[in-house]
Design a protein around this ligand. Structure first.
Ligand code: FAD
Length: 400
């Protein structure tokens, strides 16, 4: 038996743990610092099972999202987890956005995602409250609660004999050198785990865990908060499904969109502002250590120089419900500031390189007996089972 310690109890850590237990010859321990599963990115996201429409053809994101869309829906249906394959519309709000919408349609085709262009009248058959210049319809996009997926995964892992620890923050990692069976020794809050191998799925802290394990991550996690508003219940009928803008190709984020959640509420967001703490869900959540690490990183200033205008506009929108409502009204003109109320936030773990580039694709690095999932932003929840298969294969290669 090869004993693997998985750090992080978000959807990636739990999916990796499950994948290993499904393969013969592994025993697994999961260490999660919080009191429950899926408390960070996984439990605070938009709950969308993406189609794979946006990503560069051939990239890990494209391949794992398209395949993950199917495997996530199948997993949910199999386990009785509520899932709704409701499809979505991407809107070109005016003629200037038509070329970018056409480029997106081509990308959908390249990625094997069925999508079709709609006239404004056809778009209104799906979403009566929109008034676009044109729209792209994708049928395979779905909605789910990723928290519910994680609860199911944790229950399955417990049944299959995995050792699961919450409230165990990993603080130290050492390797016993050489020997016939070298080991990884992981120190957590009150337990020490000796294992044959380690998988780092620590999300917002994955670069720090990599460093603890002796790997130079070569980049840094910069936390970008995504804030949501919610439509007041009386205005929910304005939105039937998922309504997205054409994304700005300069950024890895999709732009403020409207999402019907699996519980029936309608969320607007997320925006993208720099978080002042890695788990900083409000402006007043500040960590001197986290902020200093961001501000002392040359990549951050290179990024800031390129995008200071967009960054300032995002901050202004974060502080003003009226500005946020204006963004929503680009998609659904009837929405005003009076129709929306604040509804929480998530923080994206986004890898930034020293040259100031936001890592576009998933980034998974290996070292002997170690696999580190360093960049797993959206659509990593969608692609979780595919990422898990990839990680398990990489781990097997490091052990061979
Ligand atoms: C606002 C927002 C909206 C999004 N919308 C979508 C969407 O609609 N669809 C989609 O597919 N993706 C979406 N994503 C992306 C998706 O949520 C993430 O890609 C996914 O949840 C990443 O999972 P994870 O397990 O890597 O990270 P996390 O869920 O963050 O889990 C990492 C875990 O590691 C734990 N941890 C960290 N450090 C330690 C330590 N030292 N010791 C022990 N445990 C530790 C943390 O507590 C955490 O539980 C969104 C993300 C955000 C932020």
């Amino acid at each position: 038996m090869t004993h693997v310690v998985v750090i992080g109890g978000g959807i990636i850590g739990l999916a990796v743990a499950r994948e290993l237990t499904l393969r013969r010859g592994y025993s697994v321990t999961v260490l999660e610092k919080d009191a429950a599963w899926a408390t960070q990115q996984t439990g605070r996201n938009s709950g969308v099972i993406h189609s794979g429409l946006y990503y560069k053809p051939g990239s890990l994101k494209a391949r794992m999202c398209v395949a993950g869309n199917r495997s996530m829906v199948e997993f949910a249906r199999d386990r009785g987890i509520p899932v709704d394959v409701c499809g979505k519309l991407v809107l070109a709000v005016d003629a200037s956005e038509l070329p970018r919408l056409a480029a997106l349609a081509e990308r959908a085709e390249a990625n094997g995602v069925p999508a079709r262009m709609l006239t404004p009248a056809q778009a209104r058959e799906y979403e009566p409250a929109v008034a676009p210049a044109a729209a792209l319809r994708v049928e395979s996009t779905a909605i789910i609660s990723y928290r519910a997926v994680c609860e199911s995964l944790a229950a399955e892992l417990a049944r299959s004999g995995a050792t699961l620890h919450t409230r165990q923050r990993v603080t130290g990692i050492a390797s016993t050198p050489g020997g016939p069976r070298p080991q990884v020794v992981v120190q957590a809050s009150s337990v020490e785990v000796r294992a044959d191998a380690l998988v780092n799925c620590a999300g917002l802290h994955s670069d720090r865990i990599a460093t603890l394990a002796g790997l130079d991550p070569g980049a840094r996690i910069v936390p970008f908060r995504g804030e949501y508003y919610e439509l007041r219940p009386a205005r929910r009928s304005l939105v039937k499904g998922l309504i997205y803008p054409v994304p700005d190709p300069a950024f890895p984020f999709l732009g403020v969109h409207l999402t019907v959640m699996i519980d029936g509420s309608v969320h607007a967001g997320p925006n993208a502002v720099l978080a002042l703490r890695r788990e900083g869900y409000r402006w007043r959540d500040v960590s001197a250590r986290d902020l200093a690490q961001t501000l002392c990183y040359p990549g951050f200033w290179r990024l800031a120089r390129r995008h200071y205008r967009a960054g300032a506009a995002e901050m202004a929108r974060s502080l003003s419900a009226a500005r946020f409502a204006d963004s929503v009204a680009r998609l659904v003109p009837a929405v005003t500031a009076a129709d929306i109320v604040r509804a929480g936030a998530g923080v994206r773990a986004q890898v930034l390189t020293r040259s100031g580039a936001l890592a576009d694709d998933f980034l998974i690095r290996t070292a002997p007996r170690q696999v580190h999932v360093l960049n797993a932003p959206s659509p990593a929840a969608t692609g979780a089972f595919e990422i898990a298969r990839h990680v398990a294969a990489q781990l097997a290669a490091t052990l061979a």
